[in-house]
Design a protein around this ligand. Structure first.
Ligand code: EPU
Length: 333
């Protein structure tokens, strides 16, 4: 295990916030974890793509670098693939597409690591991680043992799992096993995908074509963290009652909403934020992305606190205009 003292975390978070950690320890197996005493609340970074640092970390930060991809077994319909939590998510997606293992092509180009994928039940373009999740192994920090979690144990919801709620800071995900389809089931109903496939002139649909379409869409409206610091959607899309949605629809005819399975309505937070005039807003190096208002950005040297303050102002103005409460998706430290 490599331990670095008094180190900048700028390269380790996709927002590119320059804070310091007293120590950064990189682990590449759960044996490494056995050898250290991890205090509850210790920050564990994967790709660092869902965290906003607002201050230095006066203690230990762990960086998960457990790698490896292994085909465990297959049956008639599925292949079961296990990946180390420190694997880069998009590299894993491409690895599966190369082998014609289907199910995660719509989740192409999402920044972050394999370990973060169940943590927040990543989702995009009509697919959520829980659709392909089989199980995972996680290190119980206090009991110092590996625990297996099935899909129901994870209690997945929209950008939610037990690891963000009741087991917050108690487990370190070490590996995830996915159940992928040997014969693809294509998910192209999301409008933007259909349009992009048409624009690309795709005749024979394939998971590679869907992945390429998703990559094109994402690259056209989401900032590349290597160029402009960001953590993807900063807020969740809020859900409101059917009645509240109808009220809003009467006042704001153009409002964008989708029905949830439980009958409530999910509103496009990007639309709400744009209506409040924030899209493309910039103050110093903190801003709201010009092509997707749900994404907050660091143009270079913003402090975490600047971005956090901007997010609070956005929440307040959406509340004032629409009486809808936005919730941050990104973890704030
Ligand atoms: N919209 C606006 N203005 C904006 C942004 C969006 O009016 O600035 C409206 C548009 O009408 C658009 C609708 O909102 O039709 C939906 O926009 P988009 O397709 O970009 O999706 P989203 O709901 O804003 C969610 C995820 C994204 C994911 C996309 C595609 C959340 C919090 N975000 O965004 O996930 O890529 O759907 O499936 O659910 C992420 O989590 O980091 C992320 C990027």
């Amino acid at each position: 295990m490599q331990v670095l003292d008094n180190i900048s975390l700028k390269p380790y978070n996709t927002f590119g916030i320059d804070v310091k950690a007293r120590q950064l320890a990189t682990f590449s197996s759960f044996n490494d974890l056995e050898s250290i005493n991890i205090k509850p609340g210790t920050i564990v970074l994967g790709g660092g793509s869902n965290i906003l640092f607002t201050k230095d970390v006066d203690g230990l930060v762990l960086k998960n670098e457990i790698t490896g991809i292994q085909e465990l077994h297959e049956d008639e319909e599925y292949v079961y693939v296990k990946a180390g939590a420190g694997e880069n998510w998009h590299r894993f997606v491409l690895y599966c597409i190369d082998r014609n293992w289907a199910g995660i092509e719509n989740l192409s180009l999402i920044p972050g690591s394999v370990g973060a994928s169940p943590m927040q039940n990543i989702g995009a373009y009509g697919v959520e991680l829980e659709n392909v999740f089989w199980n995972l192994e996680a290190w119980h920090v206090q009991e110092k043992k590996l625990v297996n979690f099935t899909r129901s144990d994870c209690e997945f919801g929209y950008r939610e799992s037990v690891f963000k709620r009741k087991y917050k800071n108690q487990f370190i995900i070490t590996s995830v096993t996915y159940r992928l389809h040997k014969t693809p089931i294509f998910h192209t109903s999301y409008g933007a995908i259909e349009q992009e496939l048409e624009r690309m002139g795709v005749k024979a649909l394939s998971i590679k074509a869907i992945s390429d379409a998703v990559i094109n869409i994402r690259s056209s409206k989401l900032p590349d963290p290597k160029l402009i610091g960001n953590a993807g959607s900063f807020f969740k899309n809020p859900s409101v009652t059917d009645r509240k949605f109808l009220e809003l629809k009467q006042r704001f005819e153009e409002i964008v909403g989708y029905r949830n399975p439980d009958g409530s309505m999910k509103i496009a937070a990007g639309w709400l934020i744009e209506q409040c005039g924030w899209k493309g807003f910039r103050r110093g190096d903190a801003g709201c992305h010009a092509k997707q208002a749900l994404v907050l950005v660091n143009y270079g040297n913003a402090k975490g606190i600047d971005i956090c303050q901007l997010s609070d102002e956005i929440i307040q103005s959406v509340k004032d205009k629409f009486a809808v409460e936005l919730e941050k998706e990104v973890n704030i430290f």
